[in-house]
Design a protein around this ligand. Structure first.
Ligand SMILES: Nc1ncnc2c1ncn2[C@@H]1O[C@H](COP(=O)(O)OP(=O)(O)OP(=O)(O)O)[C@@H](O)[C@H]1O
Ligand SMILES: [Mg+2]
Length: 361
């Protein structure tokens, strides 16, 4: 799936934008504050019904408007053109229509338009806490195995129930046992699916990183959320006192992590900004690659300020890698002089100025 046309109205400073897009690379060049990130935000909004910049609606909708809309014509793998539209209003109303039908769940939307974003926030994958890395992992697993989400939801419920029991002064051992057993059972299913995904992910990631940067001491490992040499149920039982004093479940899939290290040290604490950008880009590209492999669908890449933090050689390597992915990409850049890569595929360049987007001449 790719986006062949895009219309945006009243999203930040993009009052009325209408574009015919390339199925390959779409480059948006413009000065600071011109509307480049907002353009990527509009596509992200269309794919996930939320922004990557703000949890609130007000800042996204143009300050002189009550609602914003994003409309796209999607080109399917078998060359069908289907309309997808999204409207968000200040009152909180959200309407999504695809091919004449209302879409009621964001999960359905995410399946239609799978998006990978690479921007400064992506650094948080390495610099931030495990929650983001778990979300990253879960995105991948979910797209390989759709029933994963059901195990995950049930496990969340068990953890919630256990935590509420652990907060009580007096705990009913039978009640706790029911939730502990259910959690241990689900944890093993979740772990199996995550482990399978990671086993596929690691060689792809290593190969992609090596195309971008030389980091021989880089390693990526998966931590399931407890020491797997010990049975989770036994671990929960033997740590009851500790859990009671902390009022929460200390072991399980909700504590999982992907550990990216350089010579045994967390990569986020060691790498330079440019190195961080390349490693996080490799994580995203590897995820998109596996997504295509498992689903025969292609991700859409949103890459904000591609040139920032990178030297010329690394920029070119990143551009080349993106090109070889054969996906649709939306790339922003402040100045065209900072990106001298010679694209060989289908490319369209646009100039962004004061919220207007025009073909680049
Ligand atoms: N709700 C809003 N209504 C109107 N304008 C807004 C709103 N929110 C942000 N803006 C403005 O929209 C413009 C576009 O911002 P955007 O972040 O897309 O710029 P950019 O081209 O990515 O800039 P940079 O190169 O600095 O990252 C900015 O000038 C900003 O002040
Ligand atoms: Mg920007």
């Amino acid at each position: 799936m790719s986006i062949s046309r895009l219309s945006v109205s009243n999203l930040r400073n993009l009052c009325s934008v209408n574009l015919e897009l390339a199925a390959g690379i779409n480059l948006f060049i413009g000065k600071n504050g011109s509307g480049k990130t907002s353009l990527l935000e509009s596509i992200y909004l269309l794919g996930l019904a939320r922004s990557f910049r703000s949890a609130k609606l007000k800042p996204i909708i143009n300050s002189h408007s009550q609602e914003c809309t994003v409309f796209a014509e999607l080109l399917t793998e078998n060359n069908r053109k289907l309309p997808l539209g999204l409207k968000r209003s200040l009152s909180g109303e959200l309407t999504i229509r695809y091919a004449g039908e209302k879409i009621r769940t964001v999960a359905k939307l995410a399946q239609l338009l799978p998006i990978q974003i690479i921007n400064p926030d992506t650094f948080q994958l390495l610099e931030g806490g495990p929650k983001l890395r778990r979300q990253f992992l879960d995105w991948g697993v979910f797209h390989v195995e759709h029933h994963y989400v059901e195990h995950w939801r049930q496990a969340q419920k068990c953890i919630k129930q256990r935590n509420s029991l652990l907060r009580r002064d007096k705990i009913s051992p039978t009640e706790l046992k029911v939730w502990s057993e259910a959690l241990a059972n689900l944890a093993n299913k979740i772990d199996q699916l995550r482990q399978y995904y990671i086993d596929q992910f690691i060689p792809v990631f290593n190969e992609i990183v090596s195309q971008l940067i030389e980091l021989p001491m880089l390693s990526l490992t998966y931590y399931p959320g407890w020491d797997k040499k010990v049975d989770l149920l036994a671990l929960l039982t033997s740590n009851l006192d500790k859990e009671q004093s902390q009022h929460r479940t200390l072991y399980g899939p909700h504590r999982a992590d992907i550990k990216v290290k350089i010579d045994g040290q967390p990569a986020g604490e060691i790498l330079s900004r440019g190195q961080l950008k390349l490693v996080t880009a490799a994580l995203k590209i590897a995820q998109g690659f596996l997504f295509s492999k498992f689903t025969s669908q292609k991700s859409i890449y949103l890459i904000d300020d591609i040139a920032a933090e990178l030297d010329n050689d690394k920029r070119n390597k990143l551009c080349q890698l993106i090109e070889t992915m054969n996906c649709q990409a939306f790339i922003t850049c402040v100045e065209d002089s900072s990106l001298n890569y010679e694209w060989t595929k289908d490319v369209k360049m646009f100039h962004v100025e004061h919220g207007q987007v025009r073909p680049y001449v």
